[in-house]
Write a protein that binds this ligand. Structure first.
Ligand SMILES: CC(C)(COP(=O)(O)OP(=O)(O)OC[C@H]1O[C@@H](n2cnc3c(N)ncnc32)[C@H](O)[C@@H]1OP(=O)(O)O)[C@@H](O)C(=O)NCCC(=O)NCCS
Length: 325
């Protein structure tokens, strides 16, 4: 069958994300039910200039992600970062989330998060190259006393309030400038998302991915239309992405995948640097990683692994081999 490969538009990307979500919901209903949304928090000086802020993304299965925590260099170490973390936790709780996770690196703020009760659940070696980064999480449904910093003068001076999308850009720029000093951007973000369409113009499959400024490629989602699955189309998409990522100089491809699709990732040469972790009400999730970008995946029509009919694969069953976070 002949397909045409084309770049994915932003609208199509949203559509594919929606289809992936519907599929995920059919495999593991989104309980507790939380609506996807992005919340912005900021603190301003007397002139209304943003001196710190963060973004909290709410996802299905009661998950929240604390992203882009940043405090202007002149205002650090007075408790402002902690004030923002507490605001993020409160907001996530109010939205019905039971856990909050985040990513940080060795040149960022792991000790700060640990003081606030976050614990490491994934170590990412050489992400970015030459550095170690971590994923941390904190349960929000368990009583943990708030961490109050030794210097907490910011709590008297600043009031954290909701921000706009424009504010989020300022926060992102502040954090970006901080990171740029340690790990200079090698290039702008390179989008690699693409779709497959058939001769009638029908959207058959798509992959959402790109290469970050630090030469790490990310796969955010892959989707093949029902009726076209188990024919090697997903593998073909992965292969194309991998070849292009390599041509652009990416040294690793990273993704998160749920247990029902992990067999597909493993057969395409990904591995998980640690055991799966389980969202307590939702599926098991794996950090999938592929480093050797020279080996092209070959699709073999294997029999579905035992347990695949319920969406589970051996070694990734609900009760075993997983940590609950
Ligand atoms: C990380 C950041 C947000 C912290 O903000 P802050 O207002 O300085 O933090 P706080 O004053 O609330 O710090 C509270 C405590 O954590 C410690 N802490 C804060 N940042 C830390 C860091 N990067 N490394 C180690 N400890 C840190 C403080 O020393 C203080 O400890 P104490 O109570 O024992 O004295 C800020 O330093 C920043 O914007 N850094 C650059 C961007 C960044 O790394 N963002 C995090 C992205 S994951």
């Amino acid at each position: 069958m002949n397909f045409v490969v084309k770049p994915l538009t932003e609208e199509e990307e949203a559509l594919i994300e929606e289809r992936i979500n519907v599929y995920a919901d059919s495999m593991a209903p989104s309980e507790p039910h939380t609506e996807e949304e992005s919340l912005v928090f900021k603190a301003e000086d007397k002139e209304g200039k943003i001196v710190g802020g963060c973004v909290v993304n709410i996802y299905a299965w009661g998950r929240a992600v604390l992203a882009q925590l940043w405090v202007d260099g002149r205002y650090r170490h007075h408790g402002l970062g902690s004030l923002l973390i507490r605001a993020a936790e409160t907001a996530a709780r109010e939205k019905g989330c039971y856990y909050l996770c985040l990513g940080t690196a060795d040149y960022m703020a792991r000790p700060l998060y640990e003081k606030h009760g976050f614990r490491v659940f994934t170590v990412n070696r050489d992400i970015p190259m030459g550095h170690e980064s971590w994923s941390l999480s904190k349960r929000l449904d368990q009583a943990v006393p708030d961490y109050i910093p030794k210097d907490n003068t910011a709590a008297e001076q600043y009031h954290v309030k909701p921000g706009s999308k424009e504010d989020a850009k300022i926060i992102d720029q502040g954090l970006g400038a901080f990171c740029e000093e340690v790990v200079p951007d090698r290039h702008a973000y390179i989008p690699l998302s693409r779709k497959l369409i058939d001769g009638d113009g029908n959207l058959i499959a798509a992959v959402i991915c790109g290469i970050g400024e630090d030469d790490t490629a990310d796969i955010d989602g892959i989707w093949v239309a029902e009726g076209y699955r188990r024919q090697g189309i997903g593998t073909r998409l992965f292969g194309d992405v991998e070849r292009e990522a390599k041509e652009h100089g990416a040294y690793v491809i990273l993704s998160y995948c749920c247990d029902w699709v992990s067999g597909f990732f493993f057969r395409n040469g990904f591995y998980s640097p640690r055991r799966a972790f389980r969202l307590s009400q939702g599926p098991h999730v794996l950090r999938a990683r592929k480093e050797n970008l020279t080996e092209r995946p070959v699709w073999r029509p294997l029999a579905a692994p035992k347990g695949a009919e319920e969406g589970r694969i051996p070694g990734c069953q609900r009760a075993a081999g997983c940590d609950t976070i």
